[in-house]
Design a binder for this molecule. Structure first.
Ligand code: PLP
Length: 397
């Protein structure tokens, strides 16, 4: 059977028949580049090679490409141009928000959740180790929703210590989402700063920073069909921080290093298109997800879902939990052999079976087998049907 999961280059040396037929249900790990993004980046690589810091015409051309990209990102986010900084990835943006708020803004207490991405959880551990900072975690329900009463209590009981709240918009493993509007307002009432990791939601949900009280917000191009190795951070204009990486005066002195011009242009192009096509993509992905979920429920007894299916949940992610069985134990491997890419937990640790800190924090049954299926607008109902039939073959025969 032939599936066109997403556009691939017809002359690629990686394009053996088997690869071409694969079904990609791992879009929370990363997404394929859009052809328009490749085109925009290729144009930069061919014709805009100057260093944006050079003052001659070639440099100015590169500078213009970077600043146009910044304008696009700022417009999509409802931010000022001066509040958007390009970084190398979502991980760097999250490190920057957390470490710089301690170093430069006097934060001495951070409230977060145990289900945050490793680049937040491990950064918090490093901050605790090297600095005089208290880290506290908000209570979560079994789906990963923050307990609002506990959150208020934590925010109100900080004493004199300057506090930062860091909570992600959507969990990358379960899809459970935070009500950004509500939580940013609660946070603002307490006078604490708010950082949100929107790596899984930028380009998928309308986020208007002119209406939200957010100090820092992180994003990453490769989650919305842009290139890997390029991210951004929004830093609200009230928060003046020193460079995260010291060196030249790039990114208005916030982050030294010659800019990844092609990556930045690709990020902006991908975000512009994601913003433009947001509703159409959402409809398509919701349809695929719903169809797939119904088929799972019809065909697999005892199946459960880890995300908050009756509350706020990302339409891109479906975290399915299968009852344990000898056949289920090798499910991911067998799906891979059948030409289906999915993940067993966090994207960043997939392929290494170290268990999921998210599912552990939620008290999930360690004997059940979780597969995270995550969709893009390139996926089809036909593909969903094929994955179901492969799951039946693997688990029921
Ligand atoms: N935050 C979340 C929620 C993620 O899902 C990821 C990647 O999986 C990251 C941060 C890290 O982003 P990057 O891969 O750009 O470093």
């Amino acid at each position: 059977m032939f599936f066109k999961s997403h556009p691939r280059h017809p002359r690629s040396k990686f394009l053996d028949t088997k690869f071409f037929m694969r079904i990609y249900f791992d879009n929370a790990s990363t997404t394929p580049l859009l052809p328009e993004v490749i085109e925009a980046m290729t144009e930069v690589m061919h014709n805009i090679f100057g260093n944006p810091s050079s003052i001659h015409a070639d440099g100015r051309k590169a500078r213009m490409a970077v600043e146009d990209a910044r304008k696009t990102v700022a417009k999509v986010l409802g931010a000022s141009i001066g509040e958007v900084f390009f970084t190398s990835c979502g991980t760097e943006s999250n490190n920057m928000a957390l470490k710089n708020s301690v170093r430069d803004l006097g934060v001495r207490r951070i409230i977060s959740a145990k289900t945050e991405h490793h680049c937040v959880v491990h950064t918090l551990a490093a901050i605790q180790k090297y600095g005089d900072v208290d880290v506290e975690f908000v209570r979560l329900d079994k789906y990963g929703n923050a307990d609002q009463h506990h959150l208020r209590e934590l925010l109100e009981n900080g004493g004199e210590k300057k506090t930062l709240l860091s909570l992600m918009h959507a969990n990358n493993e379960t899809g459970t989402m935070l009500d950004l509007q509500k939580v940013s307002a609660i946070c603002a009432e307490s006078g604490a700063l708010f950082h949100t990791d929107t790596v899984q939601t930028i380009g998928y949900f309308p986020i208007n920073l002119s209406e939200l009280k957010v100090a820092f917000l992180s994003g990453s191009a490769h989650k919305f069909h842009g290139p890997k190795g390029c991210g951004f951070i929004y830093i609200n204009g009230d928060n003046i921080i020193s460079p995260f990486i010291d060196g030249g005066s790039q990114e208005r002195n916030m982050r030294a290093g010659t800019e990844n011009v092609a990556g930045i242009v690709g990020l902006a192009k991908a975000l512009e298109i994601a913003h433009r096509d947001q509703e159409a993509r959402r409809q398509k992905m919701m349809q695929t997800r719903q169809y797939f979920k119904e088929k799972l429920l019809q065909n697999f007894e005892g199946i459960e879902f880890n995300g908050d299916e009756n509350g706020l949940c990302h339409y891109k992610i479906l975290s399915a939990s299968f009852p344990t069985s000898p056949k289920a134990d090798l499910l991911l491997l067998n799906l891979d052999i059948a030409g289906i890419s999915a993940s067993g937990g966090s994207a960043c640790s997939s392929g290494v079976d170290v268990g999921s800190h998210v599912l552990t924090a939620l008290g999930a049954d360690p004997d059940r087998v979780t597969v995270r299926f995550s969709f893009s607008h390139f996926n089809t109902l036909q593909e969903a049907e094929e994955v179901i039939s492969q799951l039946k073959r693997i688990l029921q025969n």
